[in-house]
Each structure stands twice: as structure tokens, then as C-alpha cells.
Write a protein that binds this ligand. Structure first.
Ligand code: GGG
Length: 351
């Protein structure tokens, strides 16, 4: 078993270090190799996703990814910006299904970060499409004849892209409560009308799953109003990005949300995937030892479960994180004072 480790920028290296300590403590015999990605790779090589980093990811059973984003790269052309590295990896590795679980951990139900009316009732999974949408449509920038600047990003989906993520959503729902909410903007967008039509077609193959449709604006409102109504949500790249950040605040903090990006490729032990916290590089707190590493530790657990076939070890990590929270070891994101290493130590002690 071999994993690629891409810590990236900002708090990425700090939170990844804690996840690796947890993996090491379990002594699972996983070989690993580290490579540069994002701003760190740009500064060292002139490219945010160097060919050697992509080759390492391709040759591994799974990728543990920290975060990318670096204010020092803000003035660069778009194709050189750190964020292009994660988009490039998702596209080049055909990782089209991004699973983003969000649940209230036991012990946090009465936490002040949670509103009492929703606490304890949230356990949902957002299935975000990752290979299409405005992220990958035609983009452009020009200065018009009148001297006005204009930019565009084309929102585009084809039928097969929607079909494969719809299958991922239905399969996820089959493994949970057999309810799927498809989120789109079909009253306005052509892509969303296609999305809805295709999801309805795919639904015929899953008669055991109850399907509902929701417009994205309503879904945002409902997530704030009563997040407990959702189980599995399937949606596009942009809507999924926004809704999962919103969902993170329903369960306390973005510092708790892990993710798995999966495609069709099978490894000897499971499905090849890339695993990352949903948060970014948080440059404002980078290097200060303040970041909550739990989302990355939980991402490592997802790696063990999905790509390496080590479900028992994944269960142990998830239980240790849950116990850490229940024991009141909270990062600043949750109103506590525990730092990155302290949280890592606390999880290690509860393995
Ligand atoms: N760990 C997540 C991360 O680094 N996010 C930075 C980012 O720009 N992501 C783009 C996206 O997920 O849409």
C-alpha cells in the first residue's frame, strides 16, 4: 500500500503532519511519499502541479492532500495559481465524486456553536460533482471597445458527467437512509434542466431510493432552517462547494469536515481517491499552530476506508476524534483553546 502525501500551503502542512502521526501510530505498513503542490510547488518549480507530483499521485493507491492557496500568488495568471493544482488533480485523475459528510459529533450537541433547534439532528452527506461546471467551462477576460473589463466562466455539463455523479448519489443513498435530494437551479439554468432530466432518468434504476429535487437557493435556506431534513444531497461543483461550507457551520466548524474525491479506478484494496479537509489554506493562521487538524485526520480515515480497505483502522480514528471532542478538547474554531499539536496528541491518546 502506497499513499502520496501533498501537504500544500498555509495550514496544509501543519494539519497533514497530525494526520500522518495518527497513521504512524496505527502501524499499518503504509508506504508514503511526499511531494510539493500549490503555492509551495510554484515557488520551487514554477508550476503549482509539477508533473512529478501528478505522476506520484497516479502511482499511488490514494492521496492525502492538505490545502492550497497562497496570497503571495494572488497576482499570478490563473493557470499558475495554487488552486489550479487541486483542480488539475481532480480532472487528471478523473475524481468526479466528492463525498463530504457533515454530522454533529456526540458531545458537541449542546455546544454554543450549534443552534439548539438543530443540534443533534444532523448527519448528512453532500455528493459534489468535481469535474464539470463553471470550474472547467470556457473562461475568458477582455476589455470591451468602451474600455469596460469583462470576464466569463461558462457553466457546462454533459449528460455523461451528470449520469455518473447521479449514480454516485443514488448508491450513497442506498447505503444510508435511501433518501436523495438533488440540488439544482432548473428554473433558470440550462445545465440544471439537463441535470434534473438525467437525475430523473437514473432514478428509474434505483426504485428503492426516494428522490426529491430542490433549487439551490431554497437548499441553502433549508440547511440553515432545518438541516436535519437532509440525508444525501447530490449537486454540481459550484453549488456543492458553497453548500458544504454552509453545512459545516451547521455542525460546528469547517475544521471538522473531511472529504473523499473518488472516480472509477480500482486499486488492489479499494477505490483510488484523493482525501482532503474541505477547508482551505487559512493563511491568516498558518504557522501559528492554531489550526484544527481533525478534518485532515478524518480525511485520512476516509482514505483507509475507501482506498486501502482498512475499515477497522478508519473506525478507530473516527472514534478517537469523536472521543476527543466529547472530552472537550476543542480547537479555537469551536471556542476552545487547544492548538494543532495538542489536538493531534489528544486524538493519538484516544486511539
Ligand atoms: N483542502 C481544500 C482546499 O485546499 N481548497 C482550496 C480550493 O481552492 N479549492 C477549490 C475547490 O474545492 O473548489
Amino acid at each position: 500500500m502506497k499513499i502520496a502525501v501533498l501537504p500544500g500551503d498555509g495550514i496544509g502542512p501543519e494539519v497533514t503532519r497530525e494526520a500522518l502521526r495518527v497513521l504512524d501510530a496505527l502501524d499499518l505498513g503504509i508506504e508514503r511519499e511526499e511531494a510539493l503542490v500549490g503555492g509551495a510547488a510554484y515557488h520551487a518549480t514554477g508550476h503549482p502541479l509539477p508533473p512529478a507530483t501528478l505522476a506520484l499521485a497516479e502511482a499511488s493507491d490514494g492521496v492525502l492532500f492538505g490545502a492550497v492557496g497562497d496570497p503571495a500568488c494572488d497576482a499570478l495568471e490563473r493557470h499558475l495559481r495554487p488552486e489550479q493544482a487541486i483542480l488539475g488533480l481532480r480532472k487528471a485523475l478523473t475524481l468526479f465524486a466528492n463525498l463530504r459528510p457533515a454530522k454533529v459529533f456526540a458531545g458537541l450537541e449542546s455546544h454554543s456553536a450549534l443552534r439548539p433547534e438543530v443540534a443533534g439532528a444532523i448527519d448528512l452527506l453532500i455528493v459534489r460533482e468535481l469535474n464539470g461546471d463553471v470550474y472547467f467551462g470556457e473562461k475568458g477576460f477582455r476589455t470591451t471597445a468602451s474600455g469596460e473589463r469583462e470576464g466569463w466562466d461558462m457553466m457546462s455539463y454533459n449528460e455523461s458527467e451528470v449520469r455518473r455523479i447521479a449514480h454516485a448519489g443514488f448508491r450513497a443513498a442506498q447505503g444510508r437512509s435511501k433518501r436523495l435530494c438533488s440540488v439544482d437551479k432548473a428554473n433558470v439554468l440550462e445545465t440544471s434542466q439537463l441535470w434534473r432530466d438525467v437525475v430523473i432518468e437514473v432514478a428509474r434504476e434505483y426504485p428503492d431510493v426516494a428522490l426529491e429535487h430542490m433549487y439551490v437557493d431554497n437548499a441553502a435556506m433549508q440547511l440553515v432552517k432545518s438541516p436535519g431534513q437532509f440525508d444525501v444531497v447530490v449537486t454540481g461543483n459550484l453549488f456543492g462547494d458553497i453548500l458544504s461550507d454552509l453545512a459545516s457551520m451547521c455542525v460546528g466548524s469547517i475544521g471538522l469536515l473531511a472529504s473523499a474525491s473518488l472516480g472509477a479506478r480500482q486499486t488492489a484494496h479499494g477505490t483510488f481517491g484523493l482525501y482532503e479537509p474541505i477547508h482551505g489554506s487559512a493563511p491568516d493562521i498558518a504557522g501559528k499552530g492554531l489550526a484544527n487538524p481533525m478534518a485532515t485526520i478524518l480525511s485520512a480515515a476516509m482514505l483507509l476506508r475507501h482506498s486501502l480497505g482498512l475499515a477497522d483502522a478508519a473506525d478507530r480514528i473516527e472514534a478517537a476524534v469523536a472521543r476527543t471532542l466529547a472530552d472537550g478538547v476543542l480547537g479555537r474554531d469551536l471556542g476552545g483553546s487547544a492548538g494543532t499539536t495538542e489536538i493531534g496528541d489528544a486524538v493519538l491518546a484516544r486511539l
